[in-house]
Design a protein around this ligand. Structure first.
Ligand SMILES: O=C(O)c1cc(C(=O)O)c2c(n1)C(=O)C(=O)c1cc(C(=O)O)[nH]c1-2
Length: 593
């Protein structure tokens, strides 16, 4: 077993070090989504054209992207029913093999934000997929044969899966969804060979189940100190339905041997039901960044970004691991463009908070972060708890969708900047009393949404933009307006380009230095997938899945029309249907010969 253990990790490391491959969903373990390839560059990107397209035959939102590991094939996946295809890159996407899991469709009603899936993981000749119905599977990449399956959750209590697993050493690590159904979030590691569970760390509950040791697990560089905060910061028993679902991305630092991920919103969205003795309580460890030892799951440090959440600010956004100079010192840092509208920079060895500045200028739920206590300075006017149950608190920015959602950012080590698709939306939020029934929504708030106030002379009524963010200075360097929230993952390249997709269906290339648009292509449907790039036989390709959906596109995906439906999404993205319709397509681009 030990030999395989090293091998699996080595394999991913070797693949990610080869600039010709795109072997993990985030481009590398560190979550950079950066490519050293520069055949396609600022000077010739105007020539880029579609070389072939492939329809997946699935209608709902297509997140994630294709993997390329040098064997002449692209590996892609779809939303429910989570088909997997191996496509021949040399033969215009001919299907080499396909796999379709047999799944219980009763999971669909407990998927909050469309039946999305953020993609496959690859290691050592195997593909790993988290099916919607909580089955984690391993496939032989050569043949598509099923090697093993493991059960990671139970849809009858509201658990589902949308996230992409990550392989570290001999383990495949995966979280869970269901924060809107009163589940208890967990992250679990399975043996890559057998599918047996090796460890599970819960997001809430007693320390021995969260895998925290209050003497050694750090918080802002000091031991946590108090025991069982995952129990005592909740009203009696509420941690058992406390949410904190880790449904986003995992990153990994091979030198420190630590994985990083964030947990989602606490239990019901009605904060009044999460108080202790009538006062706000932290509801630990929801909306928390965890640094864990991938071998044991043990928590090395924790940082709760939003104690006592009152806005559904799930803390799952990707933690990009970047090495920077901060105040004259080299630091191993972690940067996150957070749902809250703040760009955070932390020390990834100790969990100290270094920078917290707004990247979304309209952000008003908090004025700032106190870097000493690590707590946001909340603005009472927008506190849905202080305003009260059944009171509609208006014009809170950002919305529950966050100033950035799951769409992963890119980081260029050449510029030191992060490139991210952004949401510019504000909301009205009315909490109401709700009752927990297993497998039923446990939401407890009604939302409507509207475009954020315009700034920088931006287009009135726009709901998105694409930004370049300086994580050390805590400043936006440039910003490009978009009509709709940018729900697509970014790519940065050594060709001085950033790529991203739009909800209308464009794929765009912009100048990394200025944001100037250099190229665009309209795919058949809105893009919520991630733009990836790779090289095969001396030719650089760019590829992206389009297919509108996700929370932003849930109105189209699920056929909803009432503004309050789709947890408020329909109220602000109703016009999307004037620009695009459903349908999954992979588009592959290259320069002409
Ligand atoms: O708390 C959860 O369990 C949970 C799960 C998911 C998901 O699995 O897609 C989303 C959210 N929350 C969520 O809050 C959210 O904004 C969201 C957007 C999307 C998407 O794919 O567009 N999923 C989810």
């Amino acid at each position: 077993m030990a030999a395989t253990a090293v091998h699996a990790n080595q394999n991913v490391l070797e693949l990610q070090d080869n600039p010709e491959y795109w072997a993990t969903q985030l481009g590398n373990y560190q979550g950079h989504r950066f490519s050293q390839l520069d055949q396609i560059n600022r000077d010739n990107v105007q020539e880029l054209r579609s070389v072939w397209q492939f329809s997946t035959g699935v209608l709902r939102g297509h997140e994630g992207g294709p993997l390329y590991v040098g064997d002449g094939r692209l590996y892609i996946h779809t939303p429910f029913p989570n088909k997997v295809f191996a496509l021949d890159l040399e033969d215009e996407g001919r299907v080499i093999w396909s796999y379709e899991p047999v799944q219980d469709s009763r999971v669909i009603p407990v998927m909050c934000c469309d039946t999305v899936n953020r993609g496959l993981a690859y290691a050592d000749g195997r593909l790993f997929l988290g099916q919607a119905d909580n089955t984690l599977i391993a496939l032989d990449a050569e043949s598509g044969e099923l090697l093993w399956e493991a059960n990671n959750g139970d849809h009858t209590i509201g658990e589902s899966n949308t996230m992409s697993p990550l392989v570290v050493h001999d383990k495949v690590i995966v979280g869970i969804s269901g924060g809107e159904y009163g589940i208890r979030g967990h992250l679990s590691a399975y043996d890559v060979e057998t599918g047996e569970m090796v460890w599970r760390g819960y997001s809430t509950g007693p320390d021995d189940e969260v895998l925290i040791d209050p003497e050694t697990t750090l918080m802002l560089g000091e031991p946590v100190g108090e025991a069982d905060l995952g129990v005592t910061t909740w009203p009696e028993g509420e941690w058992e339905r406390g949410g904190g679902a880790p449904w986003g991305w995992i990153t990994y630092d091979p030198e420190l041997d630590l994985i990083y991920y964030g947990t989602g919103n606490p239990g019901t969205w009605n904060p009044d039901q999460r108080t202790v003795d009538g006062e706000p309580a932290d509801n630990k460890w929801a909306i928390t960044i965890f640094a864990r030892d991938p071998n044991t799951g043990e928590a090395k440090w924790v940082f709760q970004k939003v104690p006592f959440d009152e806005w559904d600010y799930d803390g799952v956004n990707e933690n990009q691991l970047i090495d920077i100079e901060f105040e004259g010192e080299e630091r191993k840092a972690l940067a996150v463009i957070d749902r809250t509208g703040f760009g955070l920079l932390m020390d990834r060895e100790t969990g100290e908070l270094l920078v917290a500045e707004k990247f979304a200028p309209e952000t008003n739920w908090a004025d700032s972060y106190d870097l000493e206590t690590g707590r946001p300075v909340v603005n009472e006017e927008y506190s849905t708890f202080r305003q009260g149950v059944d009171v509609n608190t208006t014009n809170i920015c950002p919305t529950a969708m966050g100033a950035k959602n799951m769409q992963p950012s890119a980081y260029s080590p050449n510029t030191g900047l992060i490139y991210a698709g952004i949401n510019r939306i504000c909301m009205n939020y009315e909490p109401y009393e709700t009752e927990y029934i297993a497998g039923q929504p446990y939401v407890g708030a009604t939302l409507t949404m509207m475009p954020a106030p315009s700034h920088n002379g931006s287009m009135e009524g726009r709901t998105g933009s694409f930004i370049a963010w300086d994580p050390v200075a805590g400043e936006t360097v440039w910003e490009v307006d978009e009509r709709f929230a940018v729900w697509s993952g970014a790519l940065a390249t050594a060709g001085d380009l950033a790529f991203y997709g739009t909800l209308e269906g464009h794929v765009k290339a912009v100048d990394l230095e200025t944001g100037e648009e250099l190229w665009r292509f309209k795919t058949p449907s809105g893009v919520i997938g991630n733009v990836n790039t790779f090289m095969h036989e001396g030719k650089q390709y760019v590829a992206v899945l389009s297919g509108v959906g996700g929370w932003a596109g849930i109105g189209l995906a699920a056929g909803l029309e009432d503004p309050e439906e789709g947890l408020g999404a329909v109220s602000v993205f109703g016009a999307l249907g004037d620009y695009t319709k459903l349908g999954g397509v992979l588009t592959v681009f290259a320069l002409p010969d």
